[in-house]
Design a protein around this ligand. Structure first.
Ligand code: ADP
Length: 161
């Protein structure tokens, strides 16, 4: 059974993330969407909220599960008996950081491969940070995130709507 872990902040989950999960789910037997705690980056949504949102959106995909984690990614991947880390790659700005992660994770455990998926072109420039900036200023984000995320962003920024 080929299990892959797709780690990220998912603060919140966007249509770009969903595009990557769907592509990966066609290739692997099981995808574990691993939501990183990352308190130090002061996420807008708590870990529990980010997991719940991702679950609500991805729950219907039968070979996908969503879970939070706060330990070292490589340790999490090994504990889940996964062989691969999935990452999404967008414009060139992603490359430097993502390559650094691959090289580092490979040093920590050379048996675990990282595989990159490219999203549909409409999501090349979509990021959760951009969505939060637009939502904070009262802009429409319904073309970037699922409706449940739109509702939850509205709740976070109620005074802006
Ligand atoms: P992180 O803080 O780990 O980068 P993110 O939630 O921002 O967490 O992203 C998780 C993964 O999803 C990363 O590999 C990122 O490049 C990818 N990703 C984010 N947005 C998109 C998008 N619009 N299209 C494709 N991949 C994306």
């Amino acid at each position: 059974m080929k299990i892959a872990v797709y780690p990220g902040s998912f603060d919140p989950i966007t249509n770009g993330h969903i595009d990557i999960v769907k592509r990966a789910a066609k290739i692997f037997d099981r995808i574990i969407v691993a939501v990183a705690r990352r308190e130090q980056t002061k996420p807008l949504f708590t870990l529990e909220e980010r997991v719940a949102l991702a679950n609500e959106v991805l729950g219907r995909l039968e070979n996908v599960e969503v879970t939070g984690f706060s330990n070292l990614l490589i340790d999490f991947v090994r504990a889940k008996k996964a062989c691969t880390i999935i990452r999404g790659i967008r414009a060139v700005v992603d490359f430097d950081y993502e390559f650094q992660m691959v090289v580092t994770n490979r040093k920590l455990d050379p048996r675990i491969e990282t595989i990159f998926f490219m999203p549909s072109a409409q999501y090349f420039y979509l990021s959760a940070s951009l969505v939060k900036e637009i939502a904070a200023l009262g802009g429409r984000v319904s073309c970037f995130v699922p409706s449940t995320v739109v509702r939850n962003l509205k709740k976070k920024f109620t005074n802006c709507y």
